[in-house]
Write a protein that binds this ligand. Structure first.
Ligand SMILES: Cc1cc2nc3c(=O)[nH]c(=O)nc-3n(C[C@H](O)[C@H](O)[C@H](O)COP(=O)(O)O)c2cc1C
Length: 132
């Protein structure tokens, strides 16, 4: 079985407060360790970007469950690659909530770990698009 890293972007169906994000992360922390999933969830300006890493079948199963979640829509997978090691091995699911500037810093940091440059640029564009 291949270890893969999948990245998607989505649009929140309503503005997410800290408590909303904490609830999402609590679900992730509850389920991801059991499924061998690690990753990072970014939220900025009504947009999510999530990195999911793990065995292919587990990543796909998690994505299919998350895809049905009414808290977001327009789920677009922007990256799916076989990886040799995890970029977020220490995170059963990290959370970064940020405005455009902080999002840029976070993405620069994640790019240093594993995310390809072209992808980071696309994510940044997606996250900051609604900020104008
Ligand atoms: C943006 C977003 C990211 C999510 N990420 C995960 C995740 O990494 N793992 C997970 O199990 N559930 C995740 N969820 C939650 C699932 O969609 C679903 O609500 C949850 O798995 C149900 O689990 P529960 O019965 O423990 O609440 C996410 C939801 C949203 C909106």
């Amino acid at each position: 079985m291949a270890l893969i890293q999948l990245v998607y972007t989505s649009t929140a169906t309503r503005p997410m407060r800290d408590a909303d994000l904490e609830q999402i992360i609590a679900s992730a922390h509850h389920k991801n360790p059991h499924n061998g999933i690690t990753g990072m969830l970014f939220y900025a300006d009504g947009h999510f970007m999530q990195v999911l890493e793990g065995e292919e079948a587990q990543v796909d199963a998690t994505l299919e469950r998350v895809r049905l979640d009414p808290r977001h829509t327009d789920i677009t997978v922007t990256e799916r690659s076989v990886i040799s090691e995890r970029g977020f091995a220490e995170w059963s699911m990290g959370l970064k909530r940020a405005g455009p500037d902080e999002a840029q810093a976070d993405i620069a940091a994640s790019r240093a770990v594993v995310v390809p440059n072209s992808l980071a640029a696309a994510i940044l564009g997606e996250l900051t698009r609604s900020a104008g």
